[in-house]
Design a protein around this ligand. Structure first.
Ligand SMILES: [Zn+2]
Length: 414
């Protein structure tokens, strides 16, 4: 693409100012906390809605509380390239994870407006309302509503204050009985594009501003219980012990060793010991395992290998082992066509186009049920996300907007 205009300083500067304005929409003063369907999210939606309208888009809040704007195509009613991300955050989060993709999408449309340009496809920008899943324990609405894949029990889920999701929606100004109307199953976008901070250090390590995401890694989570025998720390000889924590420690290290030797990541993030006392041999330990890989067969093989090692440790140490799979998500591949188009865009900008998988989940997982998805990662300082220290440079944001703009122009219907 050589026809795209040079990046204007204003685009990135305005985007950064808007990200600061959104950071001020918070449920907890002094922190950035915008939970799904909270007053702070309603504020953020109102700001985004105003920016969309200033950019010449037809915009509104959809039936699930997402904010959506549309820049019409050459032919009215044509299908759309959807550009988006989420506007909710974790508690005490950062200002870029999510909102960056929304303000960058608006910047793309502002350019089209400045250039007086309509495309064969419309451009829609969407800010999803519930991606982080902090409030109701799982991403219940937002992109799932747009994809028409809402969990059957979404209405009954409750937040920490006991407020159910249906009530939360009502106080947000959304009719819980009408949420189904947000589904785009009958009118799916032609493609979904998302610009998101990397949430990892690979781009920074490689000294590269942008990267092409090939897939959103699948994840398997286990809850493992090890049962040994509790006893007095001072009286039971070592050779007679059935120490559940010592066995669990071997399991934790096995996860680390197996994943370090593969294209995967594995984490034991939660471990509970009972009894929990300095002078008692642990009788029961429960721990979580989270294994992710961009290839499902790699993940499945690692889960099997980890369980085999857990069982071997349990036999050796004469403890009982039980486990259950608490969640399993398959890998969501990005569309090869969109990845190729993005790589071409980055090459045209004189940039490297490293390919990497996303270890974290994104709205694209849900949206992939109705259309092909593509993701563009932007370098973030230290790979930090979900934290106030999240940081990006205005120069990288400028490149990100330019790439997103060229990527949208490169797409043709079908
Ligand atoms: Zn995010």
């Amino acid at each position: 693409m050589t026809s795209a205009s040079e990046p204007s300083r204003d685009d990135a500067d305005i985007a950064m100012a808007r990200l600061d304005a959104l950071a001020a929409c918070t449920d907890e003063p002094g922190r950035i906390t915008r939970l799904a369907f909270s007053p702070a999210l309603r504020d953020a939606n109102a700001r985004v809605l105003a920016w969309m309208r200033e950019a010449g888009m037809a915009a509104g809040i959809d039936a699930a509380g997402n904010v959506v704007g549309r820049w019409e195509a050459e032919t009215a009613g044509a299908s759309a390239v959807m550009i988006g991300s989420h506007l909710d955050t974790v508690r005490d989060g950062g200002r870029y994870d999510g909102p960056l993709g929304v303000v960058a999408g608006i910047a793309v449309v502002e350019r089209l407006r400045r250039e007086g340009r309509r495309l064969p496809l419309a451009v829609e920008v969407i800010g999803f309302a519930d991606e982080e899943g902090v409030r109701f324990g799982g991403s219940i609405l937002g992109s799932a509503a747009v994809a028409g894949t809402l969990a059957p029990d979404w209405r009954e889920r409750r937040d920490a204050d006991g407020i159910d999701a249906a009530t939360a929606l009502r106080s947000f100004g959304v009719d819980p009985d009408g949420v189904g109307a947000a589904s785009r199953r009958r009118d799916p976008p032609a493609a979904y594009l998302e610009l998101h901070i990397e949430q990892g250090p690979a781009l920074e390590d490689a000294d590269v501003p942008l990267g092409c995401v090939t897939a959103i890694a699948g994840a398997t989570r286990l809850l493992v219980t090890v049962d040994g025998t509790a006893g007095h720390a001072g009286t039971v000889p070592m050779r007679l012990r059935r120490d559940a924590l010592a066995a669990a420690a071997e399991c934790v290290l096995a996860v680390e060793r197996l994943c370090a030797g593969a294209e995967a990541v594995g984490t034991v993030g939660h471990l509970r010991v009972a009894p929990d006392a300095v002078n008692v041999i642990p009788g029961r330990v429960r721990f979580s395992v989270d294994i992710r890989a961009a290839q499902d067969e790699v993940r499945t093989r690692l889960v099997d290998a980890a369980l085999a090692e857990f069982q071997a440790s349990a036999r050796r140490r004469r403890v009982e082992l039980a486990w259950q799979v608490t969640s399993r998500t398959e890998t969501t591949p990005c569309s090869p066509r969109l990845v190729e188009a993005l790589a071409g865009v980055l090459a045209g900008m004189g940039l490297p186009a490293p390919r990497l998988a996303s270890g974290a989940g994104h709205d694209g997982i849900a949206v992939s049920a109705i259309t092909e998805i593509g993701m563009l990662f932007l370098r973030c300082a230290g790979g930090i996300s979900h934290h106030p220290a999240e940081s990006v440079t205005v120069a990288d944001v400028r490149l990100g907007i330019e790439a997103l703009h060229r990527w949208s122009l490169a797409l043709r219907r079908g």
